[in-house]
Every structure is written in structure tokens, then in C-alpha cells.
Write a protein that binds this ligand. Sequence first.
Ligand code: BEZ
Ligand code: FE
Length: 301
Amino acid sequence: MTDSPSPSPFPSPAQVAREEALVREVVASFDGASSERLKELLGALTRHLHGFVRETRLTEAEWAAAIAFLTRCGDITDAKRQEFILLSDVLGVSMQTIAVNNSYADATEATVMGPFFVDESPHVPIGGDVAQGASGQPCWVEGTVRDTDGKPVAGARIEVWEADEDGFYDVQYGDGRVSARGHLFSDSAGRYAFWAVTPTPYPIPDDGPVGELLQAVGRSPMRASHLHFKVSAPGLHTLVTHIFVRGCEYLDRDSVFGVKESLIRSFEEQPAGAATPDGRAVEGKWSRTRFDIVLAPDRGM
Ligand code: BEZ
Ligand code: FE
């Protein structure tokens, strides 16, 4: 790569014509795509990428730095670490994709999945303890699952997972432990309840290129305190979401733009010795919250 002077921010009419001709040529190169949708996606990608290069008058050094950054994202990505999804998350692209695909007005809002969901989680009965030894203040979570007509959904599969009080998911310890995750099924009236731990804030993995990017722009890697849910039932659209803790200091600067007002809940702290909903003996303070879930109709996607 040769050092080149900064490109002019005011390209001549001939230069503009050359740039536009190139965009048209590249877009046309996809005319033989195997489907109309693929052609549409590649055409729009080309127009937006070229638009970015032209609008910013991207220098060759900046282009090379971007390629090096993406290469580092690839280098650190493996079966357990997905830096490209993390990049999509911190750029808000994950949340924009969710917004585009989850516009059903009456249903509970969706938010990011994150990298810590595990398919095979332990089954817990209604009222059971999902924490399974995770550090943190005990938290009683209860609610209902309904459809958009208000009909209770019996037998909905409710997956929950969260970080412990030290800000780590079980899979981050690398010692095979399974804690602070599990699944349960709603009862015949659509009700569910479980014990978990009161969510606390934690950083997204920031020891790679995405962490460098956040640092370079003075952004925090912290996520607002949350508890993840994935809720599914036959004939209904699967919901991936979280509930957030009202009052958490990161609600207005969640590193992945995941917070939605409708998902913020009060986690009411209970004094030590307060009677628990299920009679369980709890040492010290505990908290409780409620999350009533509404699933959208399945759209066959
Ligand atoms: C999470 O909430 O688990 C998460 C979401 C996006 C990026 C990293 C972590
Ligand atoms: Fe999380």
C-alpha cells in the first residue's frame, strides 16, 4: 500500500461519474444471482458499502485498518467465541435486525440473544431454583405466558439464563459447571415461577478487537443488569428477550443497545426473614419481580 494524500472531499464531476459507474457495474454483476432475494441483498450491500466509502472519502490506510480489524475478529473467533456477532451487537446491527423482524405490536418485545445460551439446560419444576449454586442474592421471578388474544399458553417452554453476582455465566468458568440457567414449562393457566439470582451488570467479552473498538471511542463494555428468557410454544413466535433491573446505572448506555423501556422491571428487595412465596427458607435479603409474557402468532419464519 502506497501512502496517498488525503482524497479531496469535493470530487470533480468526472470523478463522481466514475464512482457512480463503478457502483452500477458492480450491482449489475449480480444480475445472474440464483434468486431475486440474493440479487437484492448484494445490490443493496454494494450501494451502501460504496456509499460509505464515497461519503467518508475513505483513505487507503483506513481501508487497510478495517481489513486488519476484521482479520483480528476472524482470528479470535472459534466455537466458543464469536467476535463478528459481538461486533454486530456493539454496532446496533443485532438490535436493528431484531426490530425489523419483531414488529408485532401487542407482543412482548424481543432483544439480543447474546453468546451464552446453551441448548441443553437443566429442567426445573415451577417454583424450582435455576440458580443452582450461582453466587448472588436470591430472586423470585413469576408471571404468565399468554397469546395476543389474552389466552393463557399452557406448556410454554421457558428457558432462562443469567450471569452470577461476579458477572460471569457458568460457561465462562470453563470448569463444566451448570448454574444460573434452566428451563421450565408454564402450567395449565399459563403461570410460571422460579428462583434465580438478582441480576447485576457485567461487561461483554472485551479482550479482543471489539473491546479495542469500544476503548478507542470511550464506550463502556458494560451491559445493564438483565435476566435472559427464550419462550416457545407450538403455533406461536419464539420470543428471545431479557428483563432489565429498574434503577441499574447502565440502562441508558447498555453496550449492545438491548434495553427497551417495556422490558424494565422492578426487582423489589425483601428484608431478611420476609416470608417467601413458596415457603422456602432464604438467608438474608432476597428480591422478587414479575414478568407477564405475550407471544406473537407464528409467522412461519
Ligand atoms: C449477553 O447478554 O449475554 C450478551 C449480549 C450481547 C453480547 C455479549 C453478551
Ligand atoms: Fe447476558
